[in-house]
Design a binder for this molecule. Structure first.
Ligand SMILES: *Cc1c(COP(=O)(O)O)cnc(C)c1O
Length: 423
């Protein structure tokens, strides 16, 4: 099936007489006839649901859809994007281990890595998007477990150089994690470019309606843990899971450990109701992403020509320094709906512009059907210092615009009127 049909149908195939639409299994637990049968499930010798913290039929159908869209070998849904990141990191990092991450990552990710994980002895070295292969290689030591980046950085709009990152990860035998939230599998499929683990905040385009917080981990199944001394926990029996050796679950070693060990212990699972709603949202992902990209292109062209705009960052514009990477890694004709631009002037002008908008609303969210704006320096990235803001590519006049799927002429009229209001 083409990816467009997978959006609509993957993950749930009803049998004779069963509901056409994926049912909502709002149940914590499951019934078995004999204790032996339940024991087999705990042994992983038989497949089935035990308890909704570990798995649930509605959640699994949504996981299977995301896995099919990304081309992985298994997926695990989490309560939020940050829960997915935390669980995926803790699946391979212990105290004393470290992560090498692009500095342009989402503000919440930056804080998780820079503050909270450090308290537990997991350190992160941040690299600038301009770092060369040699720079990055020199930062990787024996305790580095993860090379971390985003396909499209939020809000700097930097696109990752997949070829460089995956060659570093392969050379060193370490995992490459890619947060693909702003691209979605319609725009880019990181596993095809060497990502081992794909992370999502499904709260954004995947849901698309701003109704559910959620996250997803997708296992590319393309990393060989067997005999790799960097990841001993995959190669020796897990005493907390009666001697299970995760390399025996290959190619889905990573996601199996994440589910049966980490999700069991951390409990940050996605609720069945959120999986049910997000799955319905994902059924139109292909239509929405086409429209988001088309509308964003029209808005970016208008912004680039407007006298009250200092600069525009949108990888669909030929003038954008990420344009070539976008054309290399992105699906033909597709772009995300995210634009960052600088209002001519500073904070005051950015505020006047945003307060003058009518159709576009000021919200702490991005990537849903409705056009929205936010001022990262004073909101999502407020906790960062001046230096950290520069490292993330955030200036005082930067406005992050999430272009929705309304009629593009209406969005453009709203933006133009608000920009004209500055003078
Ligand atoms: C929003 C976002 C997250 C965090 O996801 P939540 O679902 O809000 O926890 C992570 N990465 C990126 C790129 C995001 O945009």
């Amino acid at each position: 099936m083409d990816i467009q049909s997978k959006c609509v149908q993957a993950g749930y195939e009803p049998k004779n007489g069963e509901p056409r639409v994926l049912p909502l299994y709002q149940s914590t637990t499951y019934v078995y006839d004999t204790p032996e049968q339940l024991a087999n499930l705990f042994n992983l010798s038989e497949a089935g649901h035990i308890y909704t913290r570990i798995s649930n039929p509605t959640v699994c159908a949504f996981e299977d859809k995301m896995n099919a869209l990304e081309g992985g070998v298994g997926a695990l849904a989490c309560a939020s994007g940050l829960a997915a990141e935390t669980l995926a990191v803790l699946n391979v990092c212990n105290a004393g281990d470290n992560i090498v991450s692009l500095s342009t990552v989402y503000g919440g990710t930056y804080n998780l890595f820079n503050v909270t994980l450090r308290k537990y002895g997991i350190n992160t070295t941040f690299i600038e998007p301009t770092a060369t292969k040699e720079d990055i290689l020199s930062l990787i030591d024996d305790n580095t477990k993860i090379l971390y980046c985003e396909t499209i950085a939020n809000p700097s709009m930097h696109i990752v150089d997949f070829d460089m990152m995956s060659s570093i990860a392969k050379e060193k035998g370490i995992l490459l994690f890619v947060d693909n939230t702003l691209a979605t599998p319609l725009v880019c499929k990181p596993i095809e470019y060497g990502a081992n683990i794909v992370i999502y905040s499904t709260s954004k385009y995947i849901d698309g309606h701003a109704s559910c917080i959620g996250g997803m981990i997708i296992d590319g199944g393309n990393f060989d843990f067997a005999g790799n001394p960097r990841y001993p926990e995959f190669n020796k029996p897990d005493e907390s899971y009666h001697g299970l050796v995760y390399t025996n679950c290959a190619p889905a070693s990573f996601v199996t450990k994440a589910r049966v060990q980490m999700m069991r212990d951390l409990g940050c699972c996605m609720s069945p109701f959120n999986a049910y709603l997000t799955n319905i949202g994902a059924e139109t992902l292909h239509l929405r992403m086409a429209k988001h990209g088309e509308n964003a292109m029209a808005c970016a062209e208008m912004l680039e020509a407007h006298p009250n705009v200092e600069w525009v960052k949108f990888n669909g514009l030929e003038s954008d320094d990420n344009y070539n990477k976008a054309r290399k890694y992105f699906r033909e004709g597709y772009n995300s709906g995210m634009i960052a631009f600088g209002v001519k002037g500073g904070l005051a002008e950015a505020n006047t512009f945003m307060s003058s908008l009518k159709l576009a609303k000021i919200v702490t969210h991005i990537a849903d059907a409705r056009t929205s704006v936010i001022h990262p320096a004073t909101t999502t990235h407020r906790q960062l210092s001046g230096e950290q803001l520069i490292a993330c590519g955030i200036t005082e006049n930067l406005v992050r615009l999430s272009v929705g799927i309304e009629c593009s002429a209406d969005i453009i009229r709203d933006l133009e009127r608000a920009l004209d209001n500055i003078n």
